[in-house]
Design a protein around this ligand. Structure first.
Ligand code: ASP
Length: 417
């Protein structure tokens, strides 16, 4: 199992068997799409298969994140180098998120998807209404939880990560006395990763269930196509932006790490799981497994990926900027450079604050809309296709984390844990 940091990770039997698994997952995605498209609502019957897969992944998240972050941070030590690395990781994530927002603004200004829609009215959707008073300070507040068990039960991972980092630093400071705890979390992490590999065997069927039933819920292929058409330019804008950012990240990956197609192939299972689940948190166990198999060191996998899956959301950031501008255009409200600068800043923050769960981006978009004084009702324009764009942006979120892990790994000293 621990053969993941081999010199040539792509040329071993383990990698070949995961390629086979990848083949089955691709088949699951395609079959899910085809069945959902043609059989529409009937496919809601297979929803439980998707739920079973999703629940199994979610089951691992809290113990996995806690053990990964603690053993990852503790193994780096309390050295100045380790602190620098932590700072560099955050800086890297924030910078790539900012580039994503810029690309979102660029495509939406060029394509102008909302121009001429003359939209009026709309309804404030329930999910959004409860977030009306959310501000940027709430993002900082959400770091520290008064009750970790409650946060874990609610799936709020940021405070769990924050606490794990603190605990790891404390363990390191204890020296000899902290060793037993460190060993405990190391070994818990290995055991959790083993469970994840078992769950992955169920991924083809689980992802099939998720996609077929979601398309079925949307009323099958024809209904989905009509929905897409109604806000077609918005969909084109978002997908073009995501595509551009994907290329940008791949360039960074190649320039800094010299990794290319093989890394992409290695991470592809995670990207498909992200597409199936629309949740970067639920995908995290798979992302970690794929990154390890692709030769990223355990240290980086354990520290960089859990952090990335909660704070680094390039797809979400890009989407929020593009969607808010789309709403402004649809209402016929002109956004100048000043307003777009506010969008730039708040969309970056809102994406950092968004949880890695389905449609979280749609909800944190409230922060951006309110900052520039746009009506929250505008979100109703985007609802019909959000489930689909959510999957696209989640895949990019996961790609962003994966590239981050490979890039940061380049700078990690003495990689053996
Ligand atoms: N679903 C996204 C994720 O989990 C967040 C969002 O953009 O809604 O990464």
């Amino acid at each position: 199992m621990e053969s993941n940091t081999k010199t040539d990770p792509y040329n071993n039997p383990e990698f070949k068997s995961t390629l086979l698994l990848l083949g089955f997952i691709v088949l699951g995605v395609v079959m899910g799409g085809v069945c959902g498209w043609f059989w529409g609502e009937t496919m809601v019957k297979v929803e439980w298969l998707g739920k079973l897969f999703l629940n199994a992944l979610k089951m691992t998240i809290v113990p996995l994140i806690v053990s990964a972050v603690i053993s990852g941070v503790a193994s780096m030590g309390n050295t100045a180098k380790a602190r620098k690395l932590g700072g560099a990781t955050l800086l890297y994530y924030i910078s790539t998120t900012a580039v994503a927002v810029l690309l979102g603004l660029l495509v939406v200004n060029v394509i102008q998807p909302g121009a001429g829609l003359n939209f009026e009215g709309g309804e404030v959707i329930e999910k959004v209404a409860s977030k009306k008073d959310t501000g940027a300070s709430d993002i900082i507040l959400s770091l520290v939880s008064p009750n970790l068990i409650h946060s874990a039960a609610q799936g709020q991972l940021l405070p769990i990560i924050f606490f794990s980092i603190l605990l790891a630093i404390a363990i390191n400071m204890l020296g000899e006395e902290g060793k037993a705890l460190k060993q405990f979390f190391d070994s818990l992490n290995h055991a959790m990763m083993r469970i994840v590999t078992w769950i992955m065997y169920f991924a083809p069927i689980g992802i099939f269930g998720l996609i077929a039933s979601r398309l079925g819920k949307a009323g099958g292929g024809d209904a989905f196509f009509m929905e897409l058409k109604a806000v077609g330019w918005h969909v084109v804008t978002v997908i073009s932006g995501l595509g551009l950012h994907f290329i940008f990240l791949s360039l960074i990956l190649y320039l800094i790490t010299r990794r290319g197609l093989a890394y992409y192939l290695g991470m592809f299972r995670a990207l498909l799981t992200a597409f199936g689940t629309a949740s970067s948190s639920a995908t995290l166990p798979v992302t970690m497994e794929c990154a390890k198999e692709s030769g990223v060191s355990e240290k980086s996998v354990r520290f960089v990926l859990p952090l990335g899956s909660t704070v680094n959301m390039d797809g979400t950031a890009l989407y929020e900027a593009a969607a808010v501008m789309f709403i402004a255009q649809a209402y016929g409200i002109d956004m100048g450079v000043g307003q777009q600068t506010i969008i730039f800043i708040t969309a970056t923050l809102a994406a950092i604050g968004a949880a890695g769960i389905p449609e979280a981006g749609l909800v944190t978009m409230v922060i951006v809309l309110q900052a520039v004084g746009l009506p929250l009702e505008g979100i109703s324009l985007l609802l019909s296709v959000d489930w689909f764009l959510d999957r696209m942006r989640t895949s990019l979120n996961v790609w962003g984390d994966s590239v981050g892990a490979a890039v940061i790994d380049k700078f990690v000293p003495d990689k053996e844990p």
